[in-house]
Design a protein around this ligand. Structure first.
Ligand SMILES: [Zn+2]
Ligand SMILES: [Zn+2]
Length: 505
């Protein structure tokens, strides 16, 4: 993708928000002129106009910049930065501009709060609060604090300030209603979209839209498949994992999921093991098989259970919970596919069902997958801020997806805890992918135990994923040296039989 060459007034080119918005305007204007379909033209016109308005607004503020500045936490970029005062001789607007992200800011409306809130460009009636008082983040100051172990994660999520954001919630809801489709049951927090958008240099509603698009909301709205999870979030979080943006994302993902919990199962010595389940057995209270699996390989290690996604996993369908038979699996697959793509249940077509955004949002499989990806990102965000040097991760089915996402996300952080070994069984993740990041995410190995007798992955996964084949069914088949496939078909005759029958490498 082309990048802009920037010349001109030094104060103008120093403002990231201005540059990004001007550039985004040019891109959308070009797309608008090239587009032939009405919907596309309309969409690009609207986006181009929004970006142009923001760019103009910021440029006007820069015209009125003074030399007076204050140092404070910025709700746009979560950095403690310099905010230069704008005396609105022309615009009549009083504001500051953040030297780090270029966003228009003003002092938080909460009494005695010194943090800077995102101002927006026009006039406004609703008071503007800082990210702490909006509960976008738990704390500016503590954003990089660490805790001893994962069991203390709630300390990281504790808010320093009361939430004064009730009135402004309505404004946020307006942003979402403005055309960003959110995968069913999972409202991507506007805070996260806004934070990422702001990091990219946008402000206000544009930031939320850009950020949400980056996180996948926009891509899904455009008919994209599976954009809401893993890779995009990983890319967006990047090196910010241990910082405030990471904290904001971790916080919102954890709070979306009432069942999220990291439970310390037992003390021990050596590298701790975090184990999770997914899909078929999550609603059962029986963790014995999973723990027994861990015990065969790490009998003395401390063990943590990761609970997640009970709502989304339950929605995948009770019939499969009991029977692992192909008939049941196909039944569920048919149901999922029918809801996903208007494919007649009686006439199963294993080739990509045509998914449209609205159907996708109602598709329980898609929703559970998004939840798995977000859980992985949240887990990485928590582990990144613990004082333990390394972890082993163990996951089954969609829980395997959680652990793979967690490992890849954690690897984006400079320094901090590392993943030693990942063990995944019956992994509900497509085998075709770019596994370079996963290969580099472990200091030891990723062990993938797959079974060609896993009927759930064979039918349900393949149909729900439009013909793609699961790594838990056929192996990753990659030449990356740290990713090792183990064919356990002789011992494992169904999706629920892995933990009982596999001896980890
Ligand atoms: Zn800033
Ligand atoms: Zn405040």
């Amino acid at each position: 993708m082309a990048e802009p060459a920037v010349t001109g007034d030094a104060r103008m080119v120093a403002n990231k928000a201005l540059i990004h918005n001007a550039w985004a305007y040019v891109k959308h204007e070009t797309e608008y002129r090239a587009a032939t379909e009405d919907d596309q033209r309309k969409s690009h016109r609207k986006q181009a106009d929004e970006h142009a308005t923001v760019a103009e607004g910021i440029a006007n503020l820069i015209d009125d910049l003074t030399d007076v500045s204050t140092t404070a936490w910025c709700s746009g970029c979560f950095v403690r930065s310099e905010h230069r005062k704008v005396e609105g001789k022309r615009s009549g607007i009083r504001a500051h501009l953040c030297a780090s992200c270029g966003t228009a800011t003003l002092r938080c409306a909460a009494p005695q709060c010194d943090h800077m809130a995102i101002r927006g460009l026009g006039s406004f009636r609703i008071p503007r609060y800082c990210a702490e008082h909006r509960h976008d983040i738990p704390s500016f100051e503590r954003a990089t604090d660490t805790v001893e172990g994962p069991e203390d994660y709630e300390k990281l999520l504790k808010y320093d300030k009361p939430n004064l954001n009730r009135a402004t919630k309505l404004a946020a809801a307006g942003v979402l209603a403005a055309g960003v489709a959110i995968p069913g049951g999972i409202a991507a927090a506007p805070a996260v979209g806004g934070a990422i958008g702001a990091m990219m240099g946008y402000s206000g509603a544009v930031a939320a839209n850009v950020g949400l698009a980056f996180l996948g909301g926009g891509a899904v709205a455009a008919g994209g498949l599976g954009m809401a999870g893993g890779a995009y979030v990983v890319a967006a979080v990047g090196a910010a994992l241990g910082g405030a943006l990471g904290a904001s994302i971790t916080n919102s993902y954890v709070r979306e999921d009432k069942s999220f919990e990291i439970e310390k199962f037992r003390d021990g010595v050596g590298t701790p093991v975090i184990v999770t389940r997914g899909f078929l057995n999550e609603s059962s209270a029986d963790w014995r098989a999973a723990i027994a699996f861990v015990d065969r390989r790490y009998p003395d290690a401390p063990v943590y259970k990761l609970h997640w996604g009970s709502k989304e996993l339950a929605a995948l369908g009770a019939p499969v919970l009991r029977g692992a038979g192909a008939k049941h699996a196909v039944g569920v697959a048919a149901r999922v596919a029918a809801r996903a793509g208007k494919v007649a249940a009686g006439k199963l077509n294993p080739i990509a069902p045509v998914m449209i955004a609205a159907d996708l949002a109602k598709n329980p499989w898609h929703t559970a997958k998004v939840r798995a990806d977000r859980t992985g990102v949240a887990l990485a965000g928590i582990l990144a801020r613990t004082e333990i040097p390394s972890y082993h991760l163990v996951g089954h089915s969609l829980g395997a997806r959680v652990m793979i996402t967690a490992a890849e996300t954690l690897a984006t952080q400079q320094g901090g805890p590392r993943i030693d070994t990942v063990h995944v069984v019956g992994a509900a993740i497509g085998r075709k992918g770019d596994w370079r990041r996963l290969n580099g995410a472990v200091s030891n190995k990723v062990h993938n135990y797959f079974s060609s007798r896993d009927q759930v992955l064979r039918y349900a996964y393949t149909v729900a994923q439009g013909g793609s084949v699961a790594a838990g069914f056929a192996g990753f088949g990659t030449s990356y040296p740290n990713i090792v496939d183990h064919d356990v078909s002789d011992r494992v005759d169904g999706h629920s039989a892995y933990f009982d029958n596999v001896v980890p490498a």
